[in-house]
Ligand binder design. Structure first.
Ligand SMILES: N[C@@H](CCC(=O)N[C@@H](CS)C(=O)NCC(=O)O)C(=O)O
Length: 194
C-alpha cells in the first residue's frame, strides 16, 4: 500500500488531497520535515515523501503527477497538446507562486536567523501580487483549464491558501477559485487528518 509521509500544514497537503479525491487506499504517516521517520525514507528529509512498492517519490508535484497519470484522472494524457499546456501551467505556478512563497518562508523562519534577509520580503510580496494578477486572468473558469479540476488546480489552490495565511493580497478570481476548490469534500477530509 502507498504510504504518504508529511504534515497537513505543508506541501504534503497536495498529494494527500489528491489521494482523497481518487479514493486510493494509502497509509498516512504524520511526520514533520527532518524527523527521523522522514529521513529514513528520504535523504533530503523534506516532506512530502510518497513511498510506493517500487520506492519513494520526492516532490509534491511529481507525486500528484504520478497518481493522476496512473488513475487517468485530474490530468490530460501524457504526450497530448493539452497536457503540455497543463504542465506549462503547473510549472508556472511552481515558479511564480511556490518559489516566491518558499523564499518568503525561508527569510521569515526557515533559514538560520543570521542567513535571513528580511528586506527581501517586501519585494517577494510585490512579485506575488504581479504574478497573482496574471494567473487570475489565465483561469478559464471555473477551473484553470475549463470545467474539470486538474493538477494545476490543486497546486494553485494550495499555494493560494498558503498566501492567504501570510495575508498576501489575492485577486478576486484566485480567491473564488481557491474557495471553490477548498469546498470539495476531499479537501475537507484531507484537512481533517492529524
Ligand atoms: N519541491 C518540494 C519542496 C519540499 C519542501 O521543501 N518541503 C518543506 C515542507 S513544505 C520541507 O520539508 N522543508 C524542510 C527543509 O527544507 O528542510 C515539494 O513540492 O515537495
Amino acid at each position: 500500500m502507498l504510504k504518504l509521509y508529511g504534515v497537513v500544514k505543508s506541501r504534503a497537503m497536495r498529494p494527500l488531497w489528491l489521494l482523497e479525491e481518487l479514493g486510493e487506499p494509502f497509509e498516512w504517516v504524520p511526520a514533520g520535515p527532518q524527523s527521523e521517520g522522514v529521513r529514513a525514507v528520504s535523504p533530503l528529509g523534506k516532506v512530502p515523501v510518497l513511498v510506493t512498492d517500487e520506492g519513494p517519490i520526492f516532490d509534491s508535484v511529481a507525486q500528484m503527477t504520478w497518481l493522476a497519470d496512473r488513475a487517468g484522472r485530474f490530468t490530460h494524457p501524457a504526450g497530448s497538446y493539452q497536457r503540455a499546456r497543463q504542465d506549462g501551467l503547473t510549472n508556472t505556478i511552481n515558479e511564480t507562486f511556490d518559489a516566491v512563497l518558499w523564499a518568503y518562508a525561508k527569510h521569515s523562519f526557515v533559514l538560520p536567523e543570521e542567513r535571513r534577509v528580511p528586506e527581501v520580503k517586501e519585494s517577494l510580496r510585490w512579485q506575488f501580487g504581479r504574478y497573482a494578477a496574471v494567473m487570475a486572468e489565465l483561469i478559464e473558469g471555473p477551473c484553470v483549464m475549463g470545467e474539470e479540476p486538474l493538477i494545476p488546480d490543486f497546486l494553485l489552490a494550495h499555494c493560494c491558501g498558503w498566501a492567504a495565511g501570510l495575508k498576501f493580497d489575492l485577486p478576486e478570481g484566485l480567491r473564488a477559485h481557491m474557495n471553490a476548490m477548498r469546498a470539495r469534500p476531499a479537501f475537507r477530509r484531507a484537512l481533517a487528518r492529524e
